[in-house]
Each structure stands twice: as structure tokens, then as C-alpha cells.
Write a protein that binds this ligand. Structure first.
Ligand code: CDP
Length: 233
């Protein structure tokens, strides 16, 4: 049991299923789950709340360094959250999913100083081990020596449909077409930025979740060699 890969990285584009799969996998093997996307979202929300322009790289970098950010297990909350995010002590878990954050987060994520600060925080958690860490650059930059790297993807239409279902009726009223356009725009920025662009690590296993249920995907992952009894000696 203890000889599963110490750190498991899951990268992939927006709404590819990496959070669902990462959470299920972490629960199954009793690992910590860390969604690094929520950290970039938290910086973006803080900038919006404080009136720091998302174009102001220096201002946002300073803000990031001063931010007190805590990510805690969901606890007793039963509003569908997977974890709780505190920003300078305030619960911002749902605010991170707002439209304004969605629109601006990829711009904020291009800034080298922001990334350096968040990567440092992510590594501090990753180095403790027994963690499933999810994002865009975890296998390539944050934890390049991780023993199991997954890259979870799906067609952009399927990803837009999933995100639309996720947001439907919760607190946002965006159409499928708007969500698809937003996903394409974010893919474009995330995949082409200079610092840590989104891409599979050369040793990542690619998992396409199009037309597959989360359970099927988990079964595929658990069938991989590192999870077989023979690999755990
Ligand atoms: O949930 P969704 O896939 O829509 O996005 P997310 O994982 O919450 O990430 C939001 C944004 O943060 C991404 O579009 C990236 O711009 C950025 N991000 C990043 O640059 N590096 C990471 N390791 C994680 C997220």
C-alpha cells in the first residue's frame, strides 16, 4: 500500500476531468489531493477584489507574495465543494468559480513571478509525499521527478459540455457556446505562454476521457503498472 508512487501528477486542459479523476484516485489510495488551479484562481480573485489590474504584472506579483492562502479538506460543508479555500482567512471556495475569475485567470497565470511563488508553495506540499497534484505544469515543472505522471484530456466539445453541466443552475448562467469559446481561449493562452506552458511531460501517460465515465477512467488508471501488486515491493 505504501509503495504507490509517492507523488502522482495530473495535468491537462480546462474541464478535462482531471479534478474528478484526481479526487477519486486520491480517495482510493488515501492521498492528499491538491488542485493547483485554485491557487491561480485565488490570486486572480484577490487582484479583482483589490482593484489591481490584471495587466499589472508587478502589482500582481507583489500581491501574490503577500497572500495568505489555505486549502483545507471540505469538512462538514455539504454544498458540493471538494475542498475549502481560505484567502486571508475568508472562505472564497465558490467565489473562485465566478465568471470574472474564469476570464482573467489565464492572463494572471502567465506571470513568471506569480508562478515562481505558487510553485514554491506547491513543492512544499508535494515534497511531503502521498499527494495527487493537479494542474497544467505539475509533471513538467513543479514535480518533474514524480514517479507517475498522467495527462488527462478530452475533446473541447466534451469539455465544454461538462463545464456547462457543472455550472448549470449553480450560480452562473452561461450558454454552451460561451463556455466553449472561453475554454478555447484559455487553452490557447495556457498552451502558448512563455513560462511553463501546458503540455504533457515526455514521460506522461495520456488519458483521453472523451465518452468515458469517471469510474471507467479510474479503472484504467488503477490498471497501470505502478498500481499492480508486483510493482509494490
Ligand atoms: O478547472 P479548470 O480546468 O477550468 O481550471 P483550473 O485548473 O482551475 O485552472 C485555472 C487556470 O489556472 C488555468 O486555465 C491556467 O491558466 C492556470 N493554471 C496554471 O497556469 N498552472 C497550473 N498548475 C494550474 C492552473
Amino acid at each position: 500500500m505504501d509503495s504507490y508512487p509517492v507523488t502522482i501528477t495530473i495535468d491537462g486542459p480546462a474541464a478535462s476531468g482531471k479534478t474528478t479523476v484526481g479526487l477519486m484516485l486520491a480517495r482510493h489510495i488515501d492521498y492528499l489531493f491538491l488542485d493547483t488551479g485554485c491557487m491561480y484562481r485565488a490570486v486572480t480573485l484577490a487582484a479583482l477584489e483589490r482593484g489591481v489590474s490584471v495587466e499589472d504584472e508587478i502589482g500582481i506579483t507583489h500581491l501574490t507574495r503577500r497572500l495568505e492562502m489555505d486549502i483545507l479538506p471540505a469538512g462538514v460543508e455539504s454544498d458540493g465543494r471538494h475542498y475549502t479555500v481560505l484567502l486571508n482567512g475568508a472562505d472564497v471556495t465558490w467565489a473562485l468559480r465566478g465568471a470574472e475569475v474564469d476570464v482573467n485567470v489565464s492572463q494572471v497565470s502567465t506571470y513568471a513571478g506569480v508562478r515562481a511563488d505558487l510553485v514554491r508553495r506547491q513543492r512544499a506540499i508535494g515534497e511531503r509525499g502521498r499527494v495527487v497534484m493537479v494542474g497544467r505544469d505539475i509533471g513538467t515543472v513543479v514535480m518533474p521527478s514524480a514517479t507517475l505522471k498522467l495527462y488527462v484530456t478530452a475533446s473541447k466539445e466534451e469539455r465544454a459540455r461538462r463545464r456547462w453541466k457543472e455550472l448549470e443552475g449553480r450560480f452562473r448562467d452561461a450558454s454552451y457556446e460561451q463556455i466553449l469559446a472561453e475554454i478555447e481561449r484559455r487553452d490557447q493562452i495556457d498552451g502558448n505562454r512563455e513560462v511553463a506552458p501546458m503540455r504533457p511531460a515526455s514521460d506522461a501517460i495520456i488519458i483521453d476521457t472523451t465518452n468515458r465515465t469517471p469510474d471507467e477512467v479510474i479503472q484504467d488508471i488503477l490498471a497501470l503498472e505502478p498500481f499492480q501488486p508486483a510493482a509494490q515491493n
